[in-house]
Design a protein. Structure first.
Length: 121
């Protein structure tokens, strides 16, 4: 069910509910308690989705802060191409494809490749 949001599920639910109400048996009407339970579940799902979005934004901000704190520091990093440990001073931080990158001696390095940080000089 990946890719289905609470909004999509709610729209589908209300379309089905509308059809169900149009064709309900007057002697045996739709259970209102069940409807309330369904609406509560959609509300909870929407709250969880909003919480996940907020947490994701918080994590992005946290990574950016970590990167900014590296500027002017000497860092050791694992070179992605060679696997060797290289060193240099971090001079810039930027975002590429939702991934925080640090510029070290002209080399773009992702935060997860940084192995050690020390004061420059």
């Amino acid at each position: 069910m990946e890719g289905i949001t609470s909004q999509t599920a709610s729209v589908d639910y209300f379309q089905l509910l509308t059809v169900q109400l149009q064709h309900q048996d007057p002697v045996d009407p739709v259970d209102q308690e069940g409807l309330i339970n369904d609406l509560t579940q959609f509300s909870i799902l929407e709250g969880i989705e909003n919480l996940n979005a907020s947490f994701s934004q918080y994590m992005e901000l946290q990574e950016l802060t970590q990167g900014v704190n590296l500027i002017g520091k000497s860092v050791d990093y694992i070179d992605e191409a060679s696997g060797e440990v290289k060193s240099g001073v971090a001079t810039d931080v930027f975002n590429i494809d939702d991934s925080i990158q640090v510029l070290v001696e002209g080399q773009t390095v992702s935060l997860d490749r940084i192995a050690r940080v020390t004061e420059a000089g």
